[in-house]
Design a protein around this ligand. Sequence first.
Ligand SMILES: O=C(O)CCC(=O)C(=O)O
Ligand SMILES: [Fe+2]
Length: 301
Amino acid sequence: MTLLTFTLTEAELALLPSDEDVAFYNEHGWYLSKKLLTDAEVDELVAASERYYAGERDRLLPVRPPKLAYWEPSHGDVQRHNDYVHYEHDGLAAILRKPLIGAVAAKLAGATEIRIFQSTLIMKPPIGGEPSNIVPWHFDKHYWSSSSSDRMLTAFIPFHDCTEDMGTITMVDGSHLWKETGHRDSVVKHFAERDRSELEDMLTENAEYNNTVVTKIPVTIPKGHMNFHHCKTYHGSGANVSGRPRRAVSLHLQDGDNANRRFELSDGSIAQYNHDVLVRRTADGRPDYGDPEFCPPIWKA
Ligand SMILES: O=C(O)CCC(=O)C(=O)O
Ligand SMILES: [Fe+2]
């Protein structure tokens, strides 16, 4: 068995968030990183994603989970979402597993270990009016009710400078601190399955309930930088009117303490995640979100 080492160079240490950056993340629910990937690494993400889209795979998921996002050429010019690319494609995984990304996440989350939870390859085609390019307001924890941790977070990693005209990711500033009105657990459904105006109304309603207003911040992300957001920060994104494809990976991360929990939804059913049909079991029979085959560690302090 290979012994994984998690170390940073002197130069990488300088790229970690400062204490002020961590305070900003705690207050606002998001953080724009320093340049964590070299231009060569970002260019390789573009090349590897094109090979992936052309059908290249190093392995396939053993079964197809019930809510798998999996764009195929037959789906046409809609927004592309492909889950588990860190599992199926070694070229993408080699860069997504860079320890520096995990170290930044660990510092933000106040964790000693960071594992990949999910990786989704995303492409918004350069079609101004394409409805599927709009990502309605949501926060990621809504899809992760079967996870025990509230410290999970996402690194949104574009493969180029990502600007407002490309439909860059947009943060609802400070919304991770909001208390939710009622419990709308129907949001465990993916945003693609939901009514858009319902999600817009939900955002306004939640802001009013918290005696605040909705402050939307489209984050301009320079090449090699990435935007981290807390799992309860509302976010979404708009049309791609740039004339160029918007390429990215959403790298969803879990702290070392995250585990499967039993979570009952309002209809009496138990919250599930796609991992539940893939990962090994814990000693007491629950899906193991620490299974290194599907949820590899990328940082241990
Ligand atoms: O593609 C986007 O703009 C949003 C991605 C997203 O929802 C996420 O990174 O959690
Ligand atoms: Fe999201």
